[in-house]
Design a protein around this ligand. Structure first.
Ligand SMILES: Nc1ncnc2c1ncn2[C@@H]1O[C@H](COP(=O)(O)OP(=O)(O)O)[C@@H](O)[C@H]1O
Ligand SMILES: [Mg+2]
Length: 306
């Protein structure tokens, strides 16, 4: 509960004289109270969103199906049932992503799976987190999250996969270790995983752990762009394409969730967007967090608006 993901909200609440009651110290569940009004929150999810709507938006299979039926651009997807059927899906799309249905932060996600052997490993990896696993068409693009509060567009971030900068002396392994050691003191949830998925990603990227990058050379080491797999986040609220904002706004309206993150991968050359994921329970956190938290409090407690 006492992480930057909740303190971004609670700090803004305190400034406005809103009382915070922690429900569980290990999960981000708390109640905001002000003058006889109380609202229960889980990150930015509140009791103002119905359970059915939450399930439908949070579950990657249900979200993809709903968005597709509304005509939004989503990658092809299939629920994993067995390796033979999964193999056919892989053959059709050549490169796929395997992920658990309702996790977050890149947990259990394998990107750019190309062979049946990799596919079996990726399914095993995803199943460590959850029984329900989906296969998805791999799409190329830059990762954007557009954040809406009270159905209004308030912020956008661009996320880049974990990378290290060479110094002409140290290996990739050493550079990752040093970066992680530094980051552990700042935010322990922002570490580049040293695991079999990073091993596989390096092979896909044609990089080895022992390679020594030249001074100033930037080397990507993960395929997922999540902050929680060591990715970098940049605020692009004012510069993001207006077309993308308009598309996201239409999605928010169709979904009926007032506070939500809409995640896209946007092809840089063609500008073609793919709607990848919805976050109705997004953690409001830096670097865009303070701005979002202000809108969040204005939405929940308009009487405290300054
Ligand atoms: N269909 C896809 N094509 C290419 N990359 C993808 C695709 N789906 C996910 N990814 C990559 O994997 C990351 C994690 O997947 P995502 O579906 O967002 O799950 P999570 O809830 O764990 O963030 C994304 O941020 C993106 O970098
Ligand atoms: Mg994601």
């Amino acid at each position: 509960m006492n992480s930057i993901y909740t303190t971004t909200i609670t700090r803004e609440a305190r400034k406005r004289g809103i009382h915070i009651e922690v429900i569980d110290p290990l999960t981000p569940i708390f109640v905001l109270r002000h003058k006889g009004k109380s609202i229960r929150c889980y990150n930015a999810l509140t009791d103002r969103v119905g359970s059915v709507t939450f399930q439908m938006t949070q579950n990657k299979r249900l979200a993809n199906g709903f968005l597709k039926s509304c005509g939004f651009p989503v990658p092809a997807q299939k629920l994993f049932t067995d390796l033979v059927t999964a193999g056919r899906f892989l053959k059709r799309y050549r490169r796929i992503v395997v992920k658990p249905c309702s996790q977050w932060g890149g947990r259990g996600v394998s990107v750019g799976v190309k062979t049946v052997a990799e596919l079996a490993g990726a399914v095993r990896f995803a199943k460590q987190f959850e029984e329900e696993v989906i296969l998805e068409q791999y799409v190329e693009g830059v990762d954007y999250r557009l954040i809406f509060v009270d159905f209004k567009y308030v912020a956008a971030i661009r996320r880049q996969a974990a990378r290290v900068e060479g110094n002409g002396r140290d290996s990739i392994r050493k550079l990752v270790q040093v970066k992680n050691r530094r980051e552990r003191r700042v935010d322990p949830s922002h570490i580049i995983p040293i695991d079999s998925e990073t091993d596989r990603n390096l092979r896909v990227l044609g990089v080895s752990w022992d390679q020594v990058p030249a001074a100033g050379q930037v080397v990507r080491v993960r395929l997922t762009t999540n902050y929680h797999t060591g990715g970098d986040v940049e605020v692009v609220t004012r510069t993001v394409s207006r077309k993308l904002v308009a598309l996201a706004r239409r999605a928010v309206k169709a979904l009926g969730v007032p506070v939500i993150g809409i995640d896209f991968l946007v092809n840089e050359e063609t500008g073609r967007p793919w709607l990848i994921e919805l976050s109705p329970d997004l953690a409001i956190s830096p670097p865009e967090g303070d701005e979002v938290a202000r809108h969040f409090m204005d939405f929940l407690f308009p009487e405290t608006k300054r």
